[in-house]
Design a protein around this ligand. Structure first.
Ligand SMILES: *Cc1c(COP(=O)(O)O)cnc(C)c1O
Length: 396
């Protein structure tokens, strides 16, 4: 029998789940051109406005002139260059961990860390709302794998009581589709009572949380003993590309020996590491970026509550508006777009059925006026929506 792709695609379309890639025709930022249309955007993860920052661009260009363009080999062969090494040292200092290991992407950092640590006979426990890369990593590891209810310590504890072998408890720091924080002190205490290790993927916390942008572990003041495996990504608030694992000397050496997604891939271009070193300085030093974000988040939440839309419990730049059905989310997104505003609808399977949403993200590069424009457009978009039957809200 051969693969019937056309019927799979037709089903996807009929379920309002068909995905298309908008074509970005400008640099990443708050004002973009997408498919020929200039738009005010509220959907990238460039929370601090560093992806197109002139100083970061200059560091990248200078890095390319000095170090060339390609990594040229894997780290263990001859691809581990001086900028990679310097960045690892800077990230270790930034996170207050003995060492850090630079990886090519967050997806690979998660696959690498989980599969190097846990295997057959071990247990991996994950928050139900963890990022897809963590779920894939748990499945690929071959360990017993189960998911606990979101931020629910009783659910975690009962799974820990049934766990076998070495146990790794994994949570997002900031949940990527909801914007809420992990109950990390509770997760750490619950895990520690039963001798399990905690791994946190703080892709959305670094740069945004903590006085110095040190993410959720800085926010809660958690040590390397409490969170032995800490993952950060560099494509979000850092504005560049790649990811890192931070932890003990032994953890990093273990990953260098055993993490296949680290060993069998070409190192990232050294110039990217040069750019990230520069953005790390901006991220740590320029407190106004986090202060601006906090003001915009407060302004947005008050405005959305006035319109009567449902927000999620998020203190971060990820401010999703819960809509319900995929169809309704798509209609709202389209109505905003007609008004020159880009906000993406997030649908199942990225989020649970019946919880399609507009994932609004704010950036330090937005102004108060930008947020007012978004709020006005939202008000008009809601007024245009056809009245829906309540049953439809939980359909897709
Ligand atoms: C974006 C994201 C990743 C993947 O990181 P990339 O560097 O984009 O591959 C991993 N975990 C979480 C929680 C993310 O949001």
């Amino acid at each position: 029998m051969s693969f019937n792709l056309s019927s799979r695609l037709a089903e996807r379309r009929a379920a309002h789940l068909y995905r298309q890639r908008p074509l970005l025709e400008s640099p990443q930022g708050v004002r973009v051109v997408v498919d020929g249309q200039p738009l005010l955007a509220f959907c990238n993860n460039d929370y601090l406005g560093l992806a197109s920052h002139p100083a970061v661009i200059e560091a990248f260009a200078e890095g390319a002139r000095r170090w060339g363009v390609g990594g040229g080999a894997s780290h263990l062969v001859v691809g581990h260059s001086q900028p990679h090494h310097e960045l690892e040292e800077a990230l270790a200092e930034f996170t207050g961990r003995p060492r850090a290991l630079l990886m090519s992407s967050g997806y690979m950092a998660n696959l690498g860390a989980v599969t190097a640590l846990a295997g057959q006979g071990d247990t991996v426990l994950e928050d139900r709302l963890n990022h897809a890369s963590l779920l894939d990593a748990g499945l690929l590891s071959g360990a017993r794998f189960s998911r606990y209810l979101h931020n629910d310590m009783n659910s975690l504890a009962s799974r820990l009581d049934k766990s076998q072998g070495n146990t790794l408890v994994i949570t997002d720091g900031v949940f990527s589709m909801d914007g809420d924080l992990a109950e990390l002190p509770g997760v750490c205490a619950t895990a520690a009572e039963r001798g399990a290790w905690v791994m946190v993927d703080d892709a959305h916390g670094f740069g945004c949380l903590g006085n110095n942008g040190g993410g959720i572990v800085e926010h809660f003041g958690l040590s390397v003993e409490q969170v032995p495996v800490l993952i950060g990504t560099l494509g979000k608030a850092f504005g560049t590309a790649g990811a890192f694992v931070a932890g003990s000397e032994e953890l990093i050496e273990t990953l260098i020996q055993f993490a296949r997604p680290y060993i069998y891939t070409t190192s990232q271009p050294p110039a990217v590491a040069c750019a990230t070193l520069r953005s790390l300085q901006l991220l740590q030093g320029e407190h106004w970026r986090r202060e601006r974000l906090a003001q915009l988040i407060a302004q947005f939440r008050i405005g959305v509550a006035d319109i009567g839309l449902e927000l999620m419990n998020s203190p971060t730049p990820i401010q999703p508006i819960l809509v319900g059905s995929s169809e309704r989310a798509m209609a709202l997104s389209a109505a905003l777009r007609e008004q020159g505003i880009l906000v993406t609808a997030i649908r199942p399977p990225t989020v649970p059925r019946g919880t399609a949403r507009l994932r609004v993200t704010l950036s330090a590069a937005h102004t108060e006026n930008d947020v007012n424009q978004l709020l006005d457009a939202l008000k008009r978009a809601v007024a245009q929506l056809p009245v829906t039957q309540s049953s439809e809200a939980h359909d897709a």
